[in-house]
Ligand binder design. Structure first.
Ligand code: UD1
Length: 405
């Protein structure tokens, strides 16, 4: 499996806190990673990543502005806010816009920075943040909602703050645990990561670090789904089963045989998948990032299943496209109810975002006839060379350039 995108992005931003040259191994080659690399370069931290090892030199930062043209292509650019405030005392970061599945606010990020003593204002679409004289101060932060991004951002800001910061209702996602371990390896003093209460003792400075990223649990889930939907058998090497607890429970409930071996996970799909009922939730709950893939599975499972989306209630733009392929899905109050069909039929479909693309590709693998997924470039934000790797396990899939009108 490739390295986790959602762990790599905050760690890359965290490198801004570290004077010197840091290395992160197992960073996937993805569009979002390239965007983050460009954001860092803009701030004076030049880096590159031959062979999936991201090397970056943040000895001297020259800018504090993350511009609109980069931030608009990737919301996770907001991760530079905390490190810039902590190291440079100020930051100017374009306010990320909404996305295809909702407004996705950043109020919790900003509230966290304010509690650390920063003054925040909005100016022509930019977040302008200024640390108090003497730098950020440790504080107590209780989030109303468990947010991966806000927890990560506050964590990065707090490591160099004076005194102790306590984050309650912190995100427990493996990507946040990895970020905390990265920061600790660089000399930070963070405790409680992996629980919902994280404590940070501020330190004066961090030092360069060399660190291994974790494998991507969403990519692992997607490959297991590809085997499951095609009645296939695959051996997944390098995934972390301990990051996939509830996801494995649902695969097993659907009839997928999963055997965890020392270095790999053996996946054997049943003749027909069985329906299941899923509720997305913050980790260790079922990840919203696999909701679309499981909707594709439910579309061909035996019986009626459902997915209730509690994190991003409008994240269902793939539903009308799956319906065009013959799926029977009814949306009501952020719950998708699916009656499994014995088959889907290939069609022209359009993807609207990263995870929607993966659902359409999965559906296309079993649909009768040919499926053409338009705007499939979204998939490159989260999966490296997906078509080559699926072809490697027997899929009939290719990427084609369609000339414009
Ligand atoms: C991250 C992941 C994304 C995943 C999501 C939920 C990255 C780069 N992206 O996104 O793939 O789908 O976690 O697991 O890691 N919220 C607020 N105010 C805020 C921040 C968030 O109200 O300031 C809300 C959101 O609207 C959402 C919930 O909190 O309902 C969780 O969002 P959050 O965990 O912050 O998602 P991201 O970090 O943006």
């Amino acid at each position: 499996m490739g390295g986790a995108k959602n762990a790599a992005l905050p760690m890359m931003a965290a490198a801004l806190l570290i004077p010197g040259r840091s290395i992160i191994h197992n960073v996937p080659h993805l569009r979002d990673v390239v965007t983050m690399q460009r954001v860092l370069a803009q701030l004076g931290a030049r880096g590159g990543y031959p062979n999936h090892s991201f090397e970056v030199d943040a000895t001297e930062l020259t800018q504090v502005e993350a511009p609109w043209d980069l931030v608009r292509t990737m919301r996770a650019s907001i991760y530079v806010l905390g490190p810039l405030l902590a190291r440079m005392g100020r930051a100017r970061v374009s306010l990320p816009g909404g996305c295809a599945w909702g407004p996705r606010p950043v109020d919790l990020h900003l509230r966290g920075m304010e509690l650390l003593g920063a003054k925040i204002s909005l100016d022509h679409g930019y977040i302008v943040a200024e640390a108090p004289p003497g730098g950020l101060r440790g504080t107590h932060i209780g989030f109303d909602i468990s947010s991966v991004g806000a927890t990560g951002n506050v964590l990065m800001a707090a490591v160099l703050a004076r005194g102790t910061t306590v984050i309650e209702n912190a995100s427990r996602e493996p990507e946040i645990v990895t970020l905390a371990e990265f920061l600790n390896a660089a000399g930070a003093s963070i405790h409680g990561h992996g629980t919902n209460k994280i404590t940070v003792e501020g330190v004066r400075e961090l030092h360069p670090v060399e660190f291994d990223n974790i494998p991507d649990r969403i990519e692992a889930g997607t490959f297991i789904a590809a085997a499951a939907i095609t009645k296939g058998r695959v051996n997944l090497v390098g995934a972390r089963p301990d990051h996939l607890g509830v996801v494995f429970d649902h695969f097993r409930e659907m009839g997928v045989d999963l055997t965890v071996e020392a270095q790999s996970i053996q996946v054997i799909a049943p003749e027909r998948l069985q329906a299941t009922r899923i509720v997305t939730a913050p980790y260790p709950g079922f990840p919203t990032d696999l909701q679309a893939a499981f909707l594709a599975l439910l579309s061909v499972a035996e019986g009626s299943g459902s997915i209730s989306e509690t994190i991003y209630p409008d994240r269902f733009t793939h539903v009308p496209e799956l319906v065009r392929m013959g799926a029977d899905i009814v949306l009501s109050d952020h719950v998708a109810t699916v009656r499994g069909m014995s088959k889907l039929s290939g069609a022209h479909v359009t993807s609207t975002d990263l995870r929607a693309s993966s659902a359409l590709v999965l559906a296309g693998l079993v649909a009768e006839g040919e499926t053409l997924v338009h705007r499939v470039y979204h998939i490159d934000r989260g999966y490296e060379r997906i078509e080559e790797r699926l072809r490697g396990v027997g899929a009939d899939i290719e990427r084609i350039d369609i000339p414009g009108p």
